[in-house]
Structures are given as structure tokens and as C-alpha cells.
Design a protein around this ligand. Sequence first.
Ligand SMILES: [Zn+2]
Length: 645
Amino acid sequence: MESTHLEPLALPAEQDAWLPWVQERASTGLREAGLEVAALKSAPVGDGAILQVWNDVQVALSGVFALSSLLTAVHPDAAVVEAAEGFQIEARRFSTDLYLDADVFAQLDSLDASLLDAGAARVLEDTLRAFRRAGVDRDEPTRDRLRRLNQRESELSQTFSRGIREGRRTTTVAAAALAGLPQDYVDDHPADNDGRVEISTDYPDTLPFLIHARDPAARRAVAHQFLDIGWPDNEPVLAELLEVREEKARLLGYADWPSYDAEVKMIGEGPRIPEFIDEIAAASEAAGRREIDALLEYARDEGEDVIDFSNWRHHLEALKRDRHDVDAQEVRAYFDFAKVRQGLLDVTGRLFGLTYTQVSAPTWHDEVTSYDVALAENGERLGRIHLDLHPRDRKYNHAAQFTLVPGVLGRQLPEGVLVCNFSRGLMDPDHVVTLFHEFGHLMHHVLGGRHEWVSFSGVATEWDFVEAPSQLLEEWAWDAGVLQGFATDRDGTPIPEDLVARMRAADEFGKGFLARTQMAYAAISYWFHQDRPDDLTAGLRSLMERYSLVALVPDTHFHAGFGHLDDYGSAYYTYMWSLVIAKDLFSAFDPDDLFDPDVAHRYRDTVLAAGGSRDAADLVEDFLGRPYDNRAFTRWLETAPEEAR
Ligand SMILES: [Zn+2]
């Protein structure tokens, strides 16, 4: 196969070579995309080669997007980051203009889909739909209005995010309210002359306080500020954002924003979203109520008679300590970073029939480790991965998979990057799960990176499916047999099976009521877009009362600081939707032999390797031998963790 001979991208060996390299590579990519667009426009109408040229445009443009967003997130040199940000903006502008270019659309629309093979026909259909969704086929005044609405939407979205980022608040509490908090936290919060300390709404400040502080009134005061981030300034911004989206959807011929948004997702239709929310809410009702009742016993012991957003973390922590007896220090002793990283490669290599060969090629930072990924059965190189796993100044501070190069069959090897912020010594067990999760995206990127059409490459699947492969891989990070292969303490003793069982039980307690909280957020995300209530605070209250088993703290305005109303829009249901499918996918594996190559390789070849070349529902059906359903998920929700195997 010709892809055997593809070479990975050669990155600059010297730090000062990066800036000219990025400028050269990104500007070449944009210039090539421009030339291909010109070629596409001047091709004879109806010429089958038009679609190939369109693919070339996409290859050039996706390369610029990938490189610029990766370097913005990871490069240590501010000048490189600045240049990358500039190219990111240019690529976005290029893309916006492209999808409103009626001449390009007309050329693509002149193709006869019946003369194309299945893959090409799918590319054509997806592409024409993307142009229509941008409004290219509307009259000039409508397109003008759409341009203005797009502009306004991005301004409002920036204002809303800024309101959250800059909406930091503080609560002043008596120093005595720090009782229960770890010593390093207490040391970081010295009292002023009046014996008072300040707790900010930053996560590292607020979350430990809500978990450990013993004073209910102080917890409530801190929670109140936390739940009011962005309030009141963000409320009118949000209201206008919802209006702008609604108008845009209607101008494009859709009934409402959720219908517009759902069209390109697995869920398909807007009205299916509240149905799904109600299904999950019903499935988690019994388990959730049981859990809340158990938490209430703890609350009553401390003189509280309700579980609300100021105290659930605190009582949940106490319950887990009592019931499951998991000591964080004891657990961490088994998760040495270097052993975990090697363990992850061993586990996924065995599971998917892959070999990883470490390579010493230069990258943007010394701590990055790179590996060539090959098929174990014949040594064929599939791609290259880069693991950038420790924190440093100015680096992206969450965990995510980034693309360096999108794979294209016979043209370019897929290369992906994991960007995380784990400690260099002993790891928290939830970071181990995060590492497996993100690696699931990386596997999808590499294994799905061998298609002729770049728009099928890797994780280019429906957005409400994309988490499923990662959620599935998390299961391997919870299996005692798997963990014992690499989670060993300093003396080499593997993690005890009963400790893993207690960790899992502790992690899973709360899945019922937390699913209800997620569905409350999903309902807010949907109904705010669907109904656009005049009084958003009243709308919030009624949806929380309907779905959340945790009570709202009175007179708070969570929606003003709920950033996912911006980036997820009406589609906050997606994570749970993927999880339902992940649990169903996992049901095909044998719990006594998670590495059974028949199942694992079939999953690799039918689901991951397919990338976006077919609808996710069809891939899942091929793998399972039946359409997916929510039985495995419901069983998981209803099984108390102690009984779970
Ligand atoms: Zn993910």
C-alpha cells in the first residue's frame, strides 16, 4: 500500500527556526487553498475532477487550522504563538468567505451525484449541505443579514465568555471557616488583621472549600458567589445571543435553532433532544433519589435539611470516606507517571494490535515524547503521536487531543498530539482515567486517518458521537487486571484488587443524581434556545426544579456563568448521548477478557478506522450486529457500584 512510504512531518530542530517555519508552512497552505479555489471555479461545469480539487482545498486549509490551533496551545515561544493566532484568524476568514462563495457552490452543485462512488457522493452531499447551512443559496439581502448576524453572534459570544473569565468574585469569611481544609490550603489563605480570609470564585479556591469546609453558612456564602459569576451583566448578552441564533436559523429555513444545530448530529432533529433528556432523567430517577437520601443523612447530622449546590460535594465526600475508605495518598502511590504512560501504550497496543516505537525527532518542547504507530501484524506505519503531558507556563491548561496533521490516504500520515497537565511524579487516579480518555481520541485520529477524502479523516464524525470512543477506553483504566499490569508501588507491588473495587465504587456513587444534574443543564441548553424565556432566571428555576435532584441555592443565576450555553449552544446533551453509546459498545466486550482480539480488532476496523466515512449509527450497528440502544447504560445506572463487577 502506498501509504507505507509516507513520512511524518519534519519539525524544526532549532527553537529559533520555528517562527520562519510556521510562517512559511501556514502561508503556503493558505496560498495553495486560494489557488485550488481559483482552479475549482475555472473547471468545466459538471467535471468530476471538481470534487478532487475541493478535497485539495480542504487538505490545505485543514493543515493550516491544525497547525495554528496546536501551536497556539503548546508552543513555548510567544512570537510563534502570536503568528499561529494570526494564521488561525486568516484561515477562519478564508473559510467563512469560501462557504458564502456562490461560484464555488454552483460548481459543486453542477456535479451529478449518481455518477459518483459512495464516498464521493457523501462528500458532495455533506459539502453542499455545509454551503446551504452558511446561506450561500439565499438572496443577497438575506446573505447580508446573515453576515451581520454571524458577526454579532461572535461578538456576543466573546462578550459572554469574557464576562465569565473576568467575572471573578471573592467571599470574605472568618478564618475559622477554614476548619476542615487541608493545611496547604490554609497556608495559602492567611487571615487579615480582622481575622478574615478571602475565598475567590476560581476553581482551585472554591472547589476544595465546598468539599472540605465544615461551616455550612460559609459554604453557602462561597457557593452563592460562585453560582453568580457573570451576573447580572451576562444576562442581556445571553438573551440577545439566543435571539440572534433564532433569527439565523429561521433565515436559513429552519423552524428554530435546535433544529438547525441537530441536523448535522446523530440525534438528527431538534425535538428529539428533550425526549432524550426525559429518557435519561427517568432512567436515573430511582438511583438518584436513593443517593440524595443517603446524602441527606449526612446533611442532617450537620443541621442541614436539604442537599443543594452549596453542600452536595461536602456530604458526598464524607459518605465516600465512610463507605469506601479510599485514601488518596494510598492510591497515588500506585500511579507513577512513567509507569502509567508505558502502561497506557502497552494496554492500547495489545488491545488494538499496534506497536509504538519511540522516535527522537525534534518537537516544540523537550518534555514531549513521540512515537511511530504501526500495525503489529505487518509493521505498516499508520501515523505518529506526540505526548505533551506536563504543565508549563502559557500552555493550554486543560486536557485535549490536537491534530498536527490530518491523515489522507497516500498523501499524508496522520499525526496527533495529546496536550494534558499531569504531575511528573505520582498521579491522581482521575488523571489516569483522563489520560485513557484523551488517548481514545488520539487512537481515533490515527486509526481513522487513512481516507482519500480529508473530510472523513479521524475524529471527523458526528459531534454527539465523538466522545464515545474515549468514554469506552476509560473502562480499561478501571479494570483491576489491566491496572495491575502497570500500577505498581515503589517496591513493585501491584495495586490490590479490592482497592480498585473501592475506588470504582467511590467514583460511581452519585452517578444517578449527577446524571440528573447533567440533564438539568441539557434542558437549560435546549429550552433556552427553543423558548427563549423572557425571564431567564425564572426559566432556569423551573428547569432545575424539574430535572435536578440537587436544590438551587436561592437567588443565584447559574446561567450567566454557564459557558457551555455559548460553545455547546442547544446541544449540551451530547456528552450523555455519547456515554449511552459507549456503554453499549462496551457490552460487546467480554468482561473476563477485555483484550479478546476478535472483538477489539473488529471495533478498531469497523468503528475507529471508518472515521467520518459513514454515519456513526451505521458503524455502531455494524460492530454490535444490531442498532445501539440504552439498555447497557440503564443497567449501569441502576446497578449499585458495590454489586458492579
Ligand atoms: Zn473527550
